[in-house]
Design a protein around this ligand. Structure first.
Ligand SMILES: [Fe+2]
Length: 318
């Protein structure tokens, strides 16, 4: 285990924050656990605060939307990063492939996180899951069940909206389709989706709900939690109308399950504060932390009277 040293940990962290001021905002102070994250810091702050309350350890986050692996690689042995927290299985795998993370042997993580939600080589651990589902017009779509395969059916011609097929959320969905049906079938499926498009892919998932509200399309592909976010958006109340125009249909593959993507955490290869970092990883998988992840969403779901709009807990609550 590496010994903690203020000089060794603080200086590189401060320097790296300085050098990358353009892409890292706000510049974080070195702390007991330093996190590089592509997640919006405010989303993970409540859970980090709870960790500090419980352990007395401080955390600092640097938001890095792009080039996270490259940056850690460039920092090399002096990297101040202890943990990497990111959204999307592709990004977790990219960090692993880039060799900027290391395995963690933890009985707590193994117990708390189901096997299919962690890397078999222990280099990443998923913390939350989000379904990629169908938004359907309440007014113009009668069906209450639509599977992924059906989205390519010509009956939806000119009626489908989605964000770019090259966005990580859709890439992960297409990867899931390949896993279920093989590459050839996936190619046909994607071609079918393209042929059904009401307009060129544009915007984010919420923009697809907006397009349904505006009558531009009848079905769209989107993540669950955006529905909750739209329903509770006080800054832009129009989003409530977009959300009210749609119903959420949980599509399934032939195994009866809905595709989910994950957010997760990895221990950085040269983590200066390894022991603290693993403590935080374990905390993130705990019931306490998982409740904090889920509760705002649960509040939303109560308001929306919709059961499954939020990020799902990975740890089952007892
Ligand atoms: Fe998102």
């Amino acid at each position: 285990m590496k010994r903690l040293s203020t000089a060794r940990t603080t200086l590189p962290f401060a320097l790296s924050a300085l050098f990358s001021a353009a892409m890292a905002a706000p510049a974080a102070q070195a702390a007991d656990v330093n996190i590089y994250t592509s997640r919006q810091p405010e989303l993970i702050q409540p859970v980090l605060d709870a960790f500090s309350e419980e352990t007395g350890l401080t955390t600092a986050t640097i938001f890095i939307d792009k080039g996270l692996e490259e940056r850690i690689k460039a920092e090399g042995a002096n990297s101040p990063a202890d943990l990497i927290m990111t959204v999307d299985i592709g990004r977790l795998d990219a960090a692993k492939q880039a060799g900027v993370v290391q395995p963690v042997d933890s009985a707590v993580l193994t117990k708390n996180i189901p096997e299919h939600f962690r890397d078999s080589e222990k280099e990443w651990f998923a913390l939350t899951a989000r379904g990629r589902v169908v938004y359907a017009s309440k007014e113009r779509v009668d069906a209450d069940a639509i599977n992924y395969e059906e989205l390519a059916d010509p009956k939806w011609k000119g009626r489908l909206c989605t964000r770019s097929g090259q966005h990580q959320y859709n890439i992960a969905l297409i990867a899931a389709y390949i896993a279920h049906h093989g590459e050839e079938a996936a190619r046909e499926w994607v071609t079918g989706l393209r042929d059904n498009l009401a307009r060129s892919p544009e915007g984010g998932d919420r923009d697809q709900a907006k397009a349904i509200f505006a009558g531009e399309c009848d079905v769209a592909i989107g993540n669950t939690y955006y529905v909750g976010q739209m329903m509770t958006n006080e800054k832009e109340p129009a989003q409530k109308e977009w959300a009210n125009a749609i119903k959420v249909i949980m599509p399934t593959f032939d195994n009866g399950l809905t595709h989910v993507n994950v957010s997760g955490v990895s221990l950085a290869k040269n983590a200066p504060n390894e022991e603290n970092a693993i403590k935080l990883m374990e905390f993130l998988s705990s019931d306490t932390a998982q409740k904090i992840y889920a509760e705002p969403q649960l509040r939303v779901s109560r308001r929306a009277r919709y059961r499954d709009v939020g990020s799902r807990q990975i740890v089952r609550r007892t």
